[in-house]
Design a protein around this ligand. Structure first.
Ligand code: PHE
Length: 474
């Protein structure tokens, strides 16, 4: 039975939206800097292995759970499981938390886009990337304003609905993104000195794994989950609008492969450029890579620089907004499900408005904090005397709960639920409901029951260790 809440217009529409959700700041901002800071090639190998053994398997499960129940994340878990009924609440808390900082990072991209456009028109940008970023962070008013713009755009797309809003935007946005990314790669790898960066990415070197295997595993695992939009309710939600005719296994493979390719492409756009400009130190500079190092790359290109800068930050903005809409849709679909249950017609515009305003309120705090630049009070920090990666800033505080705990915990519990409570047969039934074959079923079953829970447990421990800076594993 097709569910009554409407479906994607086509399978391509679903794919574009799911890839749009997956491809985001995680790929373009997160992947290159995490790869840079965690050993280049070694990180890449672990990442690829996890994407195909864990990510692919969880992706199939989430799409199947969504489609089987035809419900958003809360309704889906309530319907499918007795023991893990409450799991959907994690699946809705996490996207809301993530959005409070995701929208701020998206806002930075928007601000950089305008700064580069301004530079192109009036030549106003006479600043090194570091100074530019610093100056931006210490102007909370502007950051809150751009966060508002980001959320307003998100609202306009999501309120249009699954087919007319989200699907339409992604079907144009995703191909545009791929083209712009290609242009940036060509520029990056042709810079003098870029070859060192390519070597760092692709020449075999397993040293970093010997030094800190769990550390690299947990960073790569956390990154992979975030990048594939897993354990966040987003894929369950999008899956709930998928027609029964479509092949879940094939779609999952396409989403995983595309997302991984874009992460690699983003690596190619960012890492060689960082090497060319500032050497290995620049490539390892962490979260600043996108906003400081790359801006320096553009500035060093002379007159054409701001044009590349504007194109690049527009690209990152598109990637961010297509992910943000999927995170926002998780809550909007949940509301629509509740209305359906009560027999009333959902008011989508109102629901989207309420969700976006709530996110904006939380995001204003993160924006005002400016990654800790403005001396704002941050919960827990000093009282616990915590150091480590958990910096004194609101972004890290929120991210610790969302990406550090809820995501890996959610994935761990979901794999236990499917593998040991409801059984992988149920997923097989859903995949094959209209005659599609579940290829690789044995592989799927073994991975989901054994490998995913073990990997997730290590990733969870490693993430907590990394965020809190306990250094148990290093
Ligand atoms: N996958 C997105 C990215 O890489 C972020 C995201 C996470 C979106 C979870 C939806 C759900 O940026």
């Amino acid at each position: 039975m097709e569910n009554s809440r409407g479906n994607w217009g086509s399978n391509i529409g679903f794919l574009m939206a799911a890839v749009g959700s997956a491809v985001g700041l995680g790929n373009i901002w997160g992947f290159p800097y995490k790869m840079g800071a965690n050993g280049g090639f070694a990180f890449l190998i672990i990442y690829l292995a996890l994407a195909f053994i864990v990510g692919f398997v969880v992706m199939i499960s989430e799409i199947a759970i969504g489609r089987k129940t035809g419900k958003g994340v809360i309704g889906a878990y309530q319907e499918i499981s007795k023991k893990f009924k409450w799991l959907g609440f994690l699946g809705i808390a996490a996207p809301m938390l993530i959005m409070t900082f995701y929208s701020v990072l998206g806002a930075y991209c928007l601000e950089y886009l305008f700064l580069n456009l301004g530079d192109l028109a009036f030549g106003t940008l006479n600043m090194a990337g570091g100074d530019l970023f610093g100056a931006m962070l210490t102007k909370p008013g502007a950051c809150i304003f751009f966060t508002f713009m980001f959320m307003a755009i998100c609202f306009l797309i999501v309120k249009g609905g699954i087919k007319d809003g989200i699907e339409k935007f992604n079907t144009v946005g995703m191909p545009a993104l791929a083209i712009m990314l290609l242009i940036t790669i060509i520029r990056s790898v042709s810079l003098p000195g870029a070859a060192e960066g390519l070597k760092f990415m692709f020449a075999p070197n397993f040293e970093p794994l010997k030094e800190n295997f769990i550390g690299v595993l947990s960073v790569a695992g956390g990154q992979m989950f975030f990048s594939l939009s897993l354990a966040m309710g987003a894929i369950i939600t999008y899956g709930s609008y998928l027609s029964k005719k479509e092949d879940i296994v094939k779609n999952s493979a396409i989403i995983v492969v595309s997302d991984t390719c874009v992460a690699l492409m983003a690596g190619l756009a960012v890492i060689p450029a960082a090497f060319a400009l500032g050497g290995e130190g620049a490539a390892m500079s962490g979260p600043k890579l996108l906003f400081i190092t790359l801006q320096d790359v553009f500035s060093a290109m002379g007159n054409i620089g701001p044009l590349f800068g504007a194109v690049f930050y527009l690209l990152v903005f598109i990637a961010a907004i297509t992910s943000a809409i999927s995170l926002t849709e998780v809550a909007v679909t949940t509301y629509a499900d509740r209305c359906e249950k009560k027999g009333v017609t959902p008011n989508r515009i109102k629901a989207t408005g309420v969700v976006c305003v709530l996110i904006f309120l939380g995001a204003s705090v993160v924006a005002a904090d400016g990654l800790g630049s403005n001396g704002m009070w941050v919960p827990f920090q000093n009282s616990l005397g915590i150091v480590g990666a958990f910096n004194d800033c609101w972004l890290d505080f929120v991210d610790f709960f969302a990406e550090g705990i809820i995501m890996p915990l959610g994935a761990l519990l979901m794999s236990l639920m499917v593998g040991w409570e409801i059984g992988t047969d149920k997923i097989k039934e859903e995949v094959e409901v209209e005659g599609n074959k579940f290829h690789f079923y044995t592989f799927y079953k073994i991975c989901l029951r054994f490998i995913v829970p073990i990997a997730m447990a290590f990733i969870l421990l490693g993430q907590i260790d990394g965020f809190l800076g306990l250094e148990i594993f290093s």
